[in-house]
Design a protein. Sequence first.
Length: 133
Amino acid sequence: MNKPIRVAIVDDEPDAVASIELIIKEFCNDIEVVATANLIDKAWDLIKSTEPDLVFLDIDMPRGSGFDLLERFPIRKFEVVFITAYAKYTERAKNYGTFDYLLKPIDIDLFNKMIERFRLHLNTNGITPFRRI
């Protein structure tokens, strides 16, 4: 059996965090939520200490954006899936080497397809450190 996929969830909306956790619990038995955070500073500390494989990241948050958080990692050893209510950030998100971009409310079928692609990615490539240019 493969090791569990370690994920962190970063979102300032408690309902959004709970929704992602529920989807994971119901549909993804090989995923372990290792951290949740509602602020950028807390997320930065937790991501460094828990070393997730994948981070579900909101963009618009108080005291900083998801983009601000990614700027703090000159070399990133995790993949990112932006989960946001705003489609307007899609192009900017591509500049951050994101694995995927999902809109709220989360479509469970799209979420599951993204997770399947991520499993395949891990099994074939592993996570390649992303260096921001």
